[in-house]
Structures are given as C-alpha cells and as structure tokens.
Ligand binder design. Sequence first.
Ligand code: DCP
Ligand code: MG
Length: 437
Amino acid sequence: MGKFYHEAHHVAKLATLHPSHRHLDIDSGVGYNKNNSSMSDGVHMHRRILHVDLDAFFASVEQALDPSLEGKPVVVGGKPGGRGVVSSASYEARVFGIRSAMPLSRAYRLCPQAVFVDGHFSYYRIASQRFMSILDDYSPHVEPGGIDEAYVDLTGSEALFGPAHGVAQRIRERVWDELRITASVGLSTSKVVSKVASDLDKPDGLVEVMPGEEAAFLAPLPVRRLPGVGPKTEQVLKGVGVAAIGDLAALSPSYLCCLFGKTGALLGSWARGEDGSPVEERGEARSISRCATLSRDTLDRPFLLGMLRYLSEKVGAELRRMEKRARVVALKVRYADFETLTRQCRLRGPTDIDQLIFGAVAELLQRQLAGAAKLVRLVGVEVSGLQAEAQLRLLPSVEDRLERLDRALDGLRLRYGYDAVQTGRTLAVQRRAGVFS
Ligand code: DCP
Ligand code: MG
C-alpha cells in the first residue's frame, strides 16, 4: 500500500461529512457566450481550460491499494455471482470488452480470470479529495464534474505557472506520483471541447485543441462523444441522418429546437465548439447533499428513516448556514448490489426546514421500498433548486416556528456538538452508525 493510501487508511475509518460536488448538467441553463474568450484589462485572450479525468478511477485505486493487482484485469462492483453491475473496470479488463454498467455476470463470462472486488468507497472519496486539492494548487477556479473529474480554468495564469500544456503535464505527473493513478487531460478554450478531448486518448492521454480549431476537431467525431448526447439523442439524430458532430453542427437552431426543445440549440452550439460557460468555483453550490454508507446492508425501515432524518438535519443546517432555501429534494439509495438510484420531488415552496426536507425524502423512501427485496447499502439526501432566503412573512406561520426551532437547535449544536440535541428518530441511528460522506 503506497504512503498516501496508508495514511488514508486511518482517515477512512473516521466518520466524516463532506459537501457534495456540484453537477454539470445540460439542463442547468448555464449562461454562455459564443467566443470562448475572456476580457482582461481590455485585451481579449483565449481561455485555457483543462478537463482532467482519472482513468478507471475505482479500479485504479484498488490497484494502488493492492499492488498485486497491478497490470491485471480488475472489476469493481462485486463478486461475479452477484446481480450487480460493473462500476469500474481497469483497462486490462476492458481489453476483454468489460465496461461500466455491464452486469457482473456478463463481465465474468467475458473474462473469468479478472479479479472482482466489492470496492472501498471511503478510499475513493479520500483519493478524490486529494485529486481536487492537487488541482487547487494551480487555479482558484476548479469545478468538479464528478468524483474523478474536474475543470480547471488556467486563463491568465501563464506568468505564474507557465503555459497551460506544461501545467497539464505537471498535474498528470503529480496525480501519478501522489495517488498512483493515471489521469487523462483535455486542454482547449472551453469546457465542452476539453471534456471531449480528455476522453479521446484514454488512458494516460493529453489532447490539446488549439484556439480556432475547436469545430474542426469535433467535426469528424461521432455525436455520442459530445456531452449531453445519450443513447436516445443519438437515436433521434441517426433518424435524421446525423452521425458525426460536424453534421450536428450544420443543423439550424430552429430545427434542433424542434427535435430536442430548448436544449437543442445548446447542443448545436457545443457541436460547433462554442461554449463560453464559466468554470464555477466550488463555493457556489447548486446542490447540497449528505449521504451515509451504512455499517451493514439493511431493509430496517425505522433505521433507514432515522438515518434520513439525521441527514436531512445536516442538509437543513447547511442550507441555513448558506442562507439558502431549496425547492427540490432528492433521495439517493444504493443497494447492496451497487445499483444506485435517485428519486426527487418538488416542494410546494422553497424551504430550509429539516422536518419538511425529511418529510419529502421519507415519502420517497416509502415509495421506493414498497415491495423492495434488495438490501440498502447507502442512503443520501440532496437538495437543489437553491435560492436566496425569502423575505420574512408578516404573520408567523407554522413554518416560521419550525424554522426558529431549527435555528435554535443549530445554535445549541454549534456550542455543544451535534449529539447534544437528538430528535427521536436520530437516536435510533446513533447505535448503528455508518460511514458518512
Ligand atoms: N461509476 C460507477 N458507475 C458507472 C460509471 C461510473 O460507479 N456506471 C464510478 C466508477 C468510476 C467512477 O465513477 O471509476 C468514475 O467514472 P468514469 O466514467 O470516469 O469511469 P472510470 O474512471 O472508471 O473510467 P475512465 O477511464 O473511462 O474515466
Ligand atoms: Mg474516469
């Protein structure tokens, strides 16, 4: 076990809570301008944006933890007899055709000699944080796009760190030296083009697209390479004779709107390599989530509800700290076979009240578990659709009273610790804590 992982071993045992990463999502309506450049002191300069994605992330961590797995086909997701799916496959396993999201049984048929492991989420979480903090050394603008990927805006940092290409190389070297994981990087003037580029020469690749070359770079690639194009969109495009990104780029915005609604025009811009969306810092969260890997897989409803109450309180406290309210509440469930799903609902009005957040996730859980047979391994609560706190109402309502109660509890907990005040439901959880993330 390498030094980093050895130290992480101790940290992994601690129950820690961390803010979640934000999501990049085609429907999120990020503003964009067309010219992929930014103004600085009145001078136009091309933006320099990296997209860094770790190779076979979960599988690579397993190989780093256990060097006897180096160079071998490794499949993370569970034992081959299980009903689960592959969450990550080492590149040695991909030679046999094994891919993420494939049933484990199929992976086993393709490569029976592969090493199948359950996975160690707490290590992945810590490796991810270490990875993000390496990126933080090169820019204040680091936007995680997932657990093992992030955008880094290097625009204007040349005087400090030298050309972006060199920074990309240094980041790759440091990720390897410190985490024993190879990283693939795309470098261009925009997030979308860099994202496509990082994926093009995996594993251990570095692809740079020069300013002005974006559209030509994208044109020959299949549409599936473009973020936002999933199997359904691909099918629709195929139906109208569009296979390459260049064909998509040639379609008019109005035609694309007919095909895909509002996101159609955005897809068209991306296909032409036009994406001025900023790399957003982590501070401006678009969602807040807390989840807990349970110490034991279970279907015990009072326990699961207790855990959700606890997580709702954590999310609520964070909302109040940020002076935000949320409109959307989501439940995340990961089953013992690693199947993971998220169910969300829209609240009647924006809230930061623990009890309303809990009420919504509790209902989602009841619906989700109706007739369920699979044991649950992790539960999570996420709120999104965040907005600034509403104006105070003139007449105090029940909600105002609940909110005052939550704030009073926040104050007590700040002074005396979380455990100083327990609600009936969270007491049940204390006895059987999980690993929080
Ligand atoms: N993941 C998962 N289930 C999926 C896809 C991904 O659990 N269906 C997890 C495991 C991956 C991690 O997220 O290791 C990162 O996802 P990536 O899509 O980046 O996949 P990898 O890092 O495994 O491979 P690649 O080298 O293609 O990036
Ligand atoms: Mg990856």
